[in-house]
Design a protein around this ligand. Structure first.
Ligand code: HEC
Ligand code: HEC
Ligand code: HEC
Ligand code: HEC
Ligand code: HEC
Length: 219
């Protein structure tokens, strides 16, 4: 008797089954991989800002401290973006006629804010306080990278839950004297023992307790 199914049907069935399984696997794995890529975490999103504000000029060349424009980072949960008055303090007469600054002058005259595009952002279910981190000596560079070298700011770190927890579990080596938080070039001692000792001392001096309880970040 001829077999009901030809011999190759077995192979076909296996290939089909494998395809379905792989497909199902990929349907789960691909999004899981995607959310961890720079695109998924928003790190690679190109943004077009209304004005060509350049941190390299302002921070590096002109030596303006981060707090001059983001002073809220010291006293409130959000770091904020400076109002046009802060810019006009210099640009009222400096480069007063530059076409690059037309929009700034218009917004200032109309008493309206510049509509900056947001670069870094967490979902609404996460609470992140700048002031606490700044006071305890976590440098801006830890979460925002070398902003002083960025022509246009981009999200430098993934800002995922794992990113936060990695530091919270053992912050000692990531701390610096609070006076150095805006210093983009501060480095811990190169000797590992000394670095650990300084970290431990900063933990004690500033009574650092970085929480890992869910309710601290999800309020
Ligand atoms: C002269 C004012 C000024 C100074 C000084 C300044 N910034 Fe900014 N910063 C801005 C403005 C304006 C924006 C919004 C436009 C943009 O994103 O480039 C901004 C945006 C940012 C952003 C992105 C905000 C977002 O939407 O997520 C970060 C991060 C940032 N600044 C960090 C820093 C750090 C760190 C320093 C010090 C090393 C610094 N800035 C110094 C004016 C300033
Ligand atoms: C402490 C003084 C100071 C403040 C405050 C300041 N700037 Fe400037 N800005 C400068 C100087 C100096 C330059 C010249 C660029 C350079 O350093 O090469 C400049 C250049 C610029 C330029 C480029 C102009 C051109 O013609 O190329 C833009 C755009 C600009 N600033 C926007 C801003 C905005 C927006 C703010 C507020 C968030 C701001 N600046 C705050 C000093 C300042
Ligand atoms: C421990 C990480 C961390 C440190 C340290 C930190 N930031 Fe941020 N920053 C963030 C996160 C996360 C956001 C997005 C906040 C959100 O969406 O609620 C943000 C947002 C911002 C913004 C956008 C406006 C806002 O308030 O949301 C600016 C500007 C900024 N940071 C500047 C700074 C400056 C300047 C410093 C140092 C003085 C600093 N940050 C230190 C994590 C950090
Ligand atoms: C490089 C280290 C570092 C990173 C990264 C970091 N933190 Fe923290 N965080 C700290 C330290 C240190 C403290 C402890 C502050 C203290 O002792 O009061 C802290 C405290 C906190 C607190 C407690 C605030 C309070 O009122 O006591 C919250 C909430 C928090 N962090 C949220 C976050 C979130 C959300 C992220 C990620 C977006 C993050 N942190 C990333 C170092 C970090
Ligand atoms: C130090 C701050 C911090 C702590 C502590 C923390 N989370 Fe989160 N969590 C975050 C951040 C930041 C995100 C947003 C991640 C993103 O957008 O990729 C997040 C996202 C989430 C999400 C959404 C899914 C996801 O991965 O984006 C869940 C669910 C969650 N957290 C549960 C928890 C639970 C349960 C705990 C306690 C065991 C906890 N978290 C503790 C910071 C924290």
């Amino acid at each position: 008797m001829r077999p009901l199914f030809p011999p190759w049907s077995d192979t076909l069935l296996r290939v089909c089954a494998a395809t379905v399984l792989l497909g199902a696997g990929a349907a789960i794995a691909v999004p899981m991989m995607y959310v961890r890529t720079p695109y998924g975490t928003g790190q690679a999103n190109p943004l077009v800002q209304p004005l060509k504000f350049d941190h390299r000029h302002h921070v590096r060349d002109d030596g303006i401290d981060c707090f001059f424009c983001h002073g809220d980072a010291r006293r409130s949960p959000s770091a904020g973006v400076p109002p046009t008055e802060v810019c006009m303090g210099c640009h009222g007469n400096l480069w007063g006629k530059s076409p690059e600054l037309t929009l700034l002058r218009e917004k200032h005259a109309a008493n309206e804010p510049v509509a900056w595009q947001r670069v870094n952002g967490l979902p609404h279910h996460v609470y992140f306080p700048h002031d606490v981190h700044v006071k305890k000596g976590v440098g801006c560079v830890s979460c925002h990278g070398r902003v002083d070298l960025m022509g246009q700011v981009f999200q430098a770190e993934p800002l995922t839950m794992e990113f936060c927890l990695e530091c919270h579990r053992d912050p000692a080596l990531r701390l610096r004297p609070p006076s150095e938080v805006t210093n983009m070039e501060w480095q811990p001692p190169s000797d590992a023992k000394e670095a650990r000792a300084l970290g431990q001392q900063l933990m004690r001096d500033n009574q650092v307790h970085a929480p890992v309880e869910c309710s601290e970040c999800h309020r």
